[in-house]
Each structure stands twice: as C-alpha cells, then as structure tokens.
Design a protein around this ligand. Structure first.
Ligand SMILES: Nc1ncnc2c1ncn2[C@@H]1O[C@H](COP(=O)(O)OP(=O)(O)OP(=O)(O)O)[C@@H](O)[C@H]1O
Length: 344
C-alpha cells in the first residue's frame, strides 16, 4: 500500500483530503506544521481538530515545529518587503520553501510516496493547473514550487467545489461537521486583522510624509508609506484635485509617495526575475496574471538569464512590484517570476 503524507491544518479541506485518500486505499499519515509561535490557543485548537480526524481514521500524525524556517523564509520577507516599499506574497514563498520544501522533505523522510494538501489546484506530476472551482483556484500561489516537487504532489480537491466539500464534510459526522462550522482561515495565516498590525510590531509606520505628483510637485500629505500599496486611492490628501488620484509608486528612502490619475497607472511592459519555469522556452506567447484574482492578460514573454520581459497586448493598471507574474497557457501554469518593474 502506498503511503501519502497529508498536510493537515485542522481545516475542512485537508481533513476531507485525508478521508478521501484513505477511502481510495492509500496508507495515510498526517503532519501539522507549527508555522509561528502563537500563544493564544491557535495551535492547540487546530491540533484538537486534527486529533479527532486522526482518531476517526485511525491514522498517525506528526507535529512539526518549523517556526525558525517560516520566520526566516516567510515572515521576515513579508515585513522587509513592506519596509522596502514593495507588496509581498507570503503564501507563494511558503508553498515553495515550507509546504513543498520542508514538509515535502519530511514526507520523503517518512517514506511517503506523495504529499497531499487541500489546495485547490491540479497537477499531473509535470505541471500545475487551475482547479475546477475557479473561485477557489490557488494555482497562482503554487507557481513558484520547484519542478522537482511536482511528481510528489497530490491535490484531491482539484475537481470539487468548496461548497460541495463543506456539504460532504457536514454529512460525514460530527467531527467533520464541527470543522465546517469554525471560521474560515484568514487569507494570510499570521495576519489576524490587517497587515499594518503586523508591520507595526517592527517599525513605526505612522510617520507622515509628502505626496508628489508625477511632475515632482508637492501636492499633499500621507500617513506613512507603509500604509499604501500601488493603486490605492484613499488615505492621503491631494490639494485641489477634482479627479481621484491613485498611488503610483512608494519611496521608502524618503517616505514619499507619488500619485497620479488613473491613466498614469497604465503600464504595458513588466520586468520580472527569480524565474521558476516548467518549460524550457525562452520566447513565447501566453496569458499572464499579475496579481491573484486578475484575468489572464495576453502577452509575449522573452527570457534572458534570470530575467523575463513581459510585453502586454493590452494595458494593465496598478501593477505592484513584489507581486508574482504567473504565466499560463489556458489552465496550465508554465512558470512564474517576481515583478521588479512595470512601465509604459
Ligand atoms: N499548518 C499547516 N500544517 C500542515 N499543512 C497545512 C498547514 N496549513 C495549510 N496546510 C495545507 O495547505 C493546504 C492549503 O492551505 P490554505 O491555508 O490555503 O487552506 P485552508 O483554507 O487553510 O485549508 P483547510 O480547509 O485544509 O484548512 C491545506 O489544505 C493543508 O493541506
């Protein structure tokens, strides 16, 4: 019997994942990653749900303290990105370094043939694809996972709708029903409220600064650059403006922001680095997502060394450095790269 290690979070998707794989005939074992040092009962509560599922399925589970790696690879990166005036994507880093890095190593050390998670995505061992439930699709967040990891990954949620998993879970019995009734997990697991509450622990983010227009004229004031992301249109003043103004760029060095009208945020070229490609092509046409939940934008990509230049067929607005450009051919992810520059 082949062994599958299931990344169990205490949520319904990974609980149903474990249940389904056992029904399919796999030997299932669970692992819970302690990602951060929270002392508010967060881990105890997650573990108690996992413990109930494990008892029901009569499976073994492990608790892996990975706080050191998570702090270095994900949390510190998140805080530093805001300090530098860029917009981070911690889940992308976590998937590459932690879940399909350290957790996969752990699965292999325990002789598992596969690592399964409750992510909404598909894989055939060679590529990642969008999930059938487009409202839950997480392929964007998985697109930096190392090619070598793909043959070991399993996503049993790939063809289901989240609402069906909740209904299915509720019918499985009290243990699962209770899991469906708890609050949905936050978008970023270590951000309880808003990201600024996390950054506040590390820096004084409330230092007012100057707002400039694109010509370099001083036009207003803001609350501190870390409160803003590209494309934001509130929380700063622009004297005498009749039309809405949007954040065009952030300057961490002198705590200034540059704003402009919507058309000034228009870009059609994006530069990106730290590529993770699943194909060898260096010049290709594809669709690109420049942020999670954006539409696929038709583009032409040319890659040289570790840099991609992405020429968009139509303009895009408000593209933030620090986000990920993910390349798709229809539903198939062919690679991704981190945005360093976006311009017209
Ligand atoms: N702390 C953790 N330990 C082990 N695996 C985890 C952990 N957090 C998430 N995972 C795995 O990654 C998957 C995706 O995580 P994500 O946070 O996006 O979803 P989720 O809504 O928390 O899913 P779930 O309903 O399973 O909690 C989970 O389904 C689970 O398999």
């Amino acid at each position: 019997m082949k062994k599958v290690m299931v990344g169990m979070s205490g949520g319904i998707d990974s609980s149903v994942t474990a249940y389904m794989l056992q029904k399919e005939g796999f030997e299932v074992e669970g692992v819970y990653l302690k990602l951060h040092n929270r002392t508010d009962g967060y881990h105890e509560s997650n573990i108690s749900y996992i413990d109930n599922v494990a008892k029901h399925l009569d499976i073994k589970y492990h608790i892996l303290d990975i706080t050191k790696d998570f702090t270095k690879e994900v949390y510190d990166y998140f805080v530093n990105s805001y300090l530098e005036g860029t917009t981070p994507n911690p889940c992308v880093k976590c998937n590459r370094q932690i879940k399909f890095g350290k957790m996969l190593d752990f699965a292999k050390e325990h002789n598992a043939s596969y690592l399964a998670t409750g992510h909404y995505a598909k894989t055939d061992g060679e590529f990642i694809y969008e999930a059938d439930d487009k409202t839950k699709d997480q392929s964007y967040f998985l697109s930096q996972v190392d090619k070598e990891a793909l043959p070991f990954m399993m996503f049993p949620m790939s063809t289901y709708k989240k609402e069906d998993i909740i209904k299915f879970g509720a019918k499985l019995g009290d243990i699962y029903k209770k899991i469906t009734e708890k609050n949905e997990s936050q978008e970023i697991c270590f951000v309880d409220t808003v990201y600024t509450d996390v950054i506040k622990k590390h820096a004084n983010i409330d230092q007012p600064g100057i707002v400039f227009d694109e010509e370099g004229n001083e036009v207003g004031t803001h609350k501190g650059y870390m409160h803003y992301t590209i494309g934001k249109r509130r929380g700063f003043t622009v004297h005498g403006a009749h039309e809405p103004h949007f954040v065009k760029s952030l300057n961490a060095k002198d705590n200034t922001i540059i704003v402009g009208k919507k058309e000034s945020l228009e870009i059609n070229t994006v530069e990106a680095n730290n590529l993770n490609m699943y194909v060898d092509d260096t010049n290709f046409k594809c669709g690109v997502k420049l942020r999670y939940r954006s539409h696929l934008l038709p583009c032409e990509v040319s890659i040289k060394d570790d840099r991609a230049t992405i020429k968009l067929k139509n303009s895009a607005f408000g593209v933030a450095t620090g986000q990920l450009a993910v390349f798709y051919i229809d539903e198939k992810v062919i690679g991704s790269a981190w945005i360093t520059k976006a311009f017209k």
